[in-house]
Design a binder for this molecule. Structure first.
Ligand code: PLP
Length: 388
């Protein structure tokens, strides 16, 4: 069976060029980047080259890039590292749990958190951010692109609000990096998180941009790695992979490959809407990253759909996740005021650079027939739908 992977917001395959760039750092180039001998100098140089590439991707200076173990650590480092007990933090209801749970923990430690809502398109209103400001607001953390809908937030306006209020501004750009160009000075942020495995680098590596002069408390204590902002021996192969993936992403932007991705995504989306009645796109009308489409197919149950499609070789994900034995609708879709049954009936399709026209054709054949079969087998009835 041919397997088609349209779940690139969960993780992406490592590109062959990335893998080849990493390979020597598992073998002959094994040195600890802190060692002063030849072996260490070799890996140090590789880490610094990767730092330059990541800095170019983000439009910042190399010294402003801190390598981490991934997006979750970058988010935690920014949020905990820029605040202290007693501070007020503004974030949104649609953030990834790496941000929401970090904020929840800080609340238990004595911080005050305001969660700004989103509208039906999944967009934060910068006016709400402004209204949430307090004299003790230390940090605003609003994501760049949402992982479930792909919706891009109006960050430049939030950046201006943060600057006027003299508050730090962090953005979780994990789902934006490699998909849309990023320029930290345009955004006006003090910190920005990225993750390797969402942009065709390996899992377990990421980076946090921290603007020059920003006072960041580390999460870990140990050696003076990463200019004392992140102790721990560097994951050299992972960092090299992230650097290579950043270079390849910039080349894709130069070639205009993002318009190829959005054309594929739009063809998939339009084809599905045309073939399946009572379906629609979550976040339609808002600016979105080019690779993501979150679609509801009324009267189906998302998890069953994911399983049925997987049996046919198509990997996607559902807008609901099983937590503590119960299937909970996604907090993102419910924050967008989606009906509960619709949140349960939503499927996320997310493309990567490896996907082809043929992948989309196959998805366009498999999804409508699967929806039809599920609706026939165990339809979530209209009556049930409205009683939620
Ligand atoms: N932030 C967003 C928006 C994400 O989508 C993810 C991963 O799904 C993360 C943070 C966490 O990144 P990582 O998996 O590298 O820890």
């Amino acid at each position: 069976m041919r397997r088609i992977y349209l779940d690139n917001n969960a993780t992406t395959p490592v590109l062959p060029e990335v893998f080849e760039a990493m390979r020597p750092y598992f073998g002959e180039h094994f040195g600890n980047a802190s060692s002063i001998h030849h072996h260490g100098q070799e890996t140090r140089a590789a880490v610094e080259r990767a730092r330059d590439s990541v800095a170019s991707l983000l439009g910042c200076q190399s010294a402003e890039v801190v390598f981490t173990s991934g997006g979750t650590e970058a988010d935690n480092l920014a949020i905990a590292g820029l605040t202290s007990p007693g501070d007020h933090i503004i974030t949104s209801t649609i953030e990834h749990h790496a941000v929401l749970h970090a904020c929840k923990h800080l609340e238990e430690m004595g911080c005050y958190i305001t969660y700004v809502p989103v509208d039906g398109h999944g967009l934060v209103d910068p006016g709400d951010v402004r209204r949430a400001l307090r004299p003790d607001t230390k940090l605003i953390s609003i994501m760049m692109a949402n992982n479930e809908t792909g919706v891009l937030q109006p960050l430049e306006e939030v950046g201006k609000i943060a600057a006027e209020a003299d508050a730090y501004f962090h953005t979780d750009a994990v789902q934006a990096a490699g998909k849309v160009p990023i320029d930290v000075s345009r955004i006006g942020c003090d910190a920005l998180s990225i993750s390797g495995h969402k942009m065709h680098a390996p899992q377990g590596v990421g980076a946090l941009y921290v603007g020059k002069g920003t006072k960041l408390q580390p999460l870990f204590y140990g050696g003076r790695h990463e200019r004392s902002r992140r102790a721990g021996t560097e994951n050299v192969p992972g960092i090299v992979g992230l650097g290579k993936a950043a270079e390849l992403a910039m080349q894709r932007f130069e070639r205009g490959d993002d318009s190829r991705t959005s054309a594929l995504r739009d063809r998939l989306q339009q084809g599905l809407l045309a073939q399946v009645e009572e379906s629609g796109v979550n976040g339609l009308g808002a600016p979105r990253v080019p690779n993501t489409s979150n679609i509801y197919f009324d009267h189906i149950e998302g998890e069953s759909m994911v399983i049925a499609l997987d049996l046919k070789g198509l990997a996607v994900s559902a807008g609901a996740a099983c937590s503590s034995g119960a299937i909970e609708p996604s907090h993102v879709l419910t924050a967008m005021s989606l009906r509960k049954d619709r949140a349960h009936a939503s499927i996320r399709f997310s493309l990567g650079t490896q996907n082809t026209e043929e992948d989309v054709d196959i998805a366009l054949a498999l999804v409508p027939e699967t929806v039809a079969r599920l609706r026939e087998l165990s339809p979530v009835s209209k009556e049930q739908a409205v009683t939620y």
